[in-house]
Design a protein around this ligand. Structure first.
Ligand code: UGA
Ligand code: MN
Length: 268
């Protein structure tokens, strides 16, 4: 493991972690879980972008607490609302529209605007707020030159979706089954890229008009031409260090019978 005390902190490339997040019952719990992982990673800069017109109290208070109580200062708190036309309506299936697009684009714009003050050796990772991250994945991605890739658990209808690496350390195929003709059949959690690449391709963004499942491919195609350009990590893509976990919405059938919410008057 990377230990802050045993590594030369100054020389470590910064990991810029980009997390879109939106208000729902489990949001605070998810962000606490996530932040307690990120705090343990040396030289991690967390860019958190709320899907909202304004920066909410829930997230602002958490950010303040992380800074004051835990001394975790490398946090940038932004907000960018999803356009009304892309918001799910009651009864819509959750895959109808892509998620996190506008928030990730906001982070890309922030990175490009502030590049002068950032770590030019840095790496960028798009880490959604509901996944589970092994600390080791950050060590794996830290020295990414272009685009690095690794397996992701519980995604694409499988236990693990992963790049298949042959002897020469080259990605020759993917084991994906769902929409397997995607140019890069991997999840958002399965790749990172150098900050330099994002800066040198200054117009590359996430598109809001890709078919479901093609967001990652559309984004990656702007940076890499073929699978052979990908840098396999996690022991030639044989270790699972990130899981596409999804929190269940809480069951609140008894809550509806109460005159006051059960959380009233509590620190919640
Ligand atoms: C899958 C992929 O893992 C995501 O990276 C991809 O964005 C998504 O599909 C997609 O369909 O666009 P999934 O678990 O279905 O993931 O998506 P969520 O985790 O619900 O959302 C991805 C990110 O966007 C999360 O960080 C979430 O907090 C954020 N989000 C979601 C918003 O900012 N606003 C929303 O209305 C919904
Ligand atoms: Mn998710």
């Amino acid at each position: 493991m990377e230990k802050a005390l045993t590594v030369d902190f100054e020389k470590l490339p910064t990991v810029y972690v980009v997390t879109p997040t939106y208000a729902r019952y489990v949001q605070k719990a998810e962000l606490i879980r996530l932040s307690h992982t990120f705090m343990l990673v040396p030289k991690l800069h967390w860019i958190i972008i709320e899907d909202s017109e304004w920066r909410t109290d829930v997230v602002s208070k958490l950010v303040r607490r992380l800074k004051n109580e835990f001394d975790f200062h490398m946090i940038t708190h932004l907000q960018e609302p999803t356009p009304q036309t892309f918001k799910l309506k009651a009864g819509d299936p959750d895959w109808k529209y892509p998620k996190g697009i506008w928030q990730r684009n906001k982070a890309l714009a922030w990175l490009r605007k502030n590049y002068g003050e950032l770590d030019s050796n840095g790496v960028v990772y798009f880490a959604d707020d509901d996944n589970t991250y092994d600390l080791e994945i950050f060590r794996e991605m830290r020295y990414t030159r272009g685009v690095s890739v690794w397996p992701v658990g519980f995604v694409g209808g499988m236990l693990v979706e992963r790049p298949v690496v042959e002897k020469a350390d080259i990605v020759t195929s993917f084991n994906s089954m769902w929409r397997k003709n995607r140019p890069f059949p991997i999840d958002m959690a399965g790749f990172a890229m150098s900050l330099h690449l994002i800066i040198s391709n200054k117009n590359a963004t996430f598109s809001d008009s890709e078919p479901i499942g093609y967001v990652e491919s559309q984004f990656l195609k702007q940076f890499v031409k073929s699978w052979t350009d990908l840098e396999p990590k996690a022991d030639k893509c044989t270790k699972v260090l990130v899981w596409h976990t999804k929190a269940q919405s809480p069951t609140l059938h008894e809550e509806k019978k109460l005159k006051q919410p059960s959380s009233d008057g509590l620190v919640w």
